[in-house]
Design a protein around this ligand. Structure first.
Ligand code: HEM
Length: 128
């Protein structure tokens, strides 16, 4: 609980969330590789998605709950490892551009990283 609270606080708390979501959203839209996943989804939905992702990354919702909902939410979207990496890179760039402490950025990335196997569902060429 206190660890979650502090990560949210470390990035600047409530006033920081809207600018973070806005910048993150712009970075995703500017990435031609990622636009395909949101094709046919309106911009308000994409923004809602980015808000959900930021909330998860900063510990705003239970990780157990999120883990369970990630697989059905991304089922059939064929998201590959590279696309997942790109989204995380844009998120990291967004936080670093706001001068968030790199250690806090790493913590947020670790939370998202734990969800990788539920989000990435494209068939790998090789499974080990
Ligand atoms: C750990 C990282 C991620 C988190 C926490 C996350 C979170 C979510 C959540 C909560 C939903 C369902 C609720 C909603 O529709 O708003 C969702 C759906 C979706 N996600 Fe993600 N997501 C992640 C990564 C990704 C990535 C890497 C992509 C694409 C490259 C992606 C694309 C989508 C799409 C297209 C939907 C369906 C949207 C819709 O039909 O409304 N997500 N995600």
């Amino acid at each position: 609980m206190s660890a979650r609270q502090s990560l949210y606080d470390e990035v600047g708390g409530k006033p920081a969330i809207v600018p973070i979501v806005d910048d993150f959203y712009r970075r995703i839209l500017a990435d031609p590789h990622l636009v395909q996943f949101f094709h046919g989804i309106d911009m308000a939905e994409l923004k809602r998605h980015q808000r959900a992702l930021v909330t998860v990354a900063l510990g705003g919702v239970s990780e157990n709950y999120t883990g369970r909902m990630m697989r059905p939410a991304h089922d059939g979207l064929n998201i590959d490892e590279d696309s997942f990496d790109r989204v995380l890179t844009h998120f990291s760039d967004t936080l670093l551009a706001r001068n968030v402490n790199p250690i806090s950025v790493e913590k947020a990335l670790a939370i998202l990283e734990a969800l990788r196997h539920d989000v990435v569902q494209a068939q790998p060429a090789y499974r080990h």
